[in-house]
Ligand binder design. Structure first.
Ligand SMILES: [Zn+2]
Length: 242
């Protein structure tokens, strides 16, 4: 995602404005949580697009509501038998209380063993698992990033993993730094790659315009498929606005 984005707030609804070389204004709602984007001809006056958005408020609210009714991951309680996802696969959590250090390990193709101290709270267990996801993602990313840097012909000066509530990724174009959402550790690797490609392409093109899409089509022809895959998976319990 682009870091500097024009937006508009109407009746508590946040609308991203994308200026591009088009003739008519166009509204769209994006998954997974109904982020609204208004594409407008490059030189549209702010008052004009504000009036347009107001006239479409009924439509906007209806679509946002539809998105919010989509399946969502239930609140995790971190008890044995609960489903947890890692790299797109479902595992059954097995909580083991022991005296040693907390750790997580995958057993076979189905089990995610979570070792914690006796008396650990839900928050303690959540933290252990979250750090495990972070380590796994950080281990996975260098190869993926360098592969796509070569492919695209750019170089990120730095990258990081962050828990983000509203985006799968972010790019600071000036500093050439990309951020990946910790939640991507739970998703299929190809979806993670798609976000890496998206953020790296921002080093060639700041905006989500036709040129941006052309780059995506060139470097990752099936990117729409991966985007849909990512956005159709159960959404985490956080409120997303991607
Ligand atoms: Zn972007």
């Amino acid at each position: 995602m682009n870091t500097k984005q024009e937006s508009l707030k109407i009746a508590n609804v946040e609308i991203d404005i994308v200026r591009k070389d088009i003739k008519n204004m166009h509204l769209a709602v994006y998954p997974p949580n109904g982020k609204i984007r208004l594409s407008v001809p490059s030189k549209t006056d702010e008052e004009v697009l504000r009036l347009f958005a107001i006239s479409k408020l009924g439509w906007i609210k209806k679509h946002v509501k539809n998105f919010q009714a989509q399946p969502r991951e239930s609140i995790r309680t971190y008890v044995s038998g609960e489903s947890h996802y890692f790299q797109g696969k479902r595992y059954i959590l097995n909580v083991i209380e022991h005296q040693g250090k907390s750790k997580v390990s995958i057993r076979g193709t189905k089990c995610l063993d979570l070792y914690v101290r006796r008396g650990s709270t839900r928050e303690d267990k959540a933290k252990v698992l979250k750090e495990w996801y972070r380590r796994k993602l950080k281990k996975q990313l260098p190869d993926i990033i360098s592969k796509w840097e070569k492919e695209i012909g750019v170089k990120a000066s730095d990258w990081g993993v962050r828990q983000m509530k509203t985006k799968w990724g972010a790019c600071n174009i000036e500093e050439k730094r990309i951020w990946l959402n910790l939640e991507l550790s739970k998703k299929p690797t190809i979806c993670l790659e798609y976000i890496v490609v998206h953020e790296l392409v921002h080093l060639l093109e700041r905006h989500h315009n036709d040129r941006f899409i052309q780059y995506m089509d060139t470097f990752m022809p099936k990117w729409r498929l991966y985007r849909n895959q990512l956005n159709s998976l159960p959404v985490v319990h956080n409120d997303w606005g991607y």
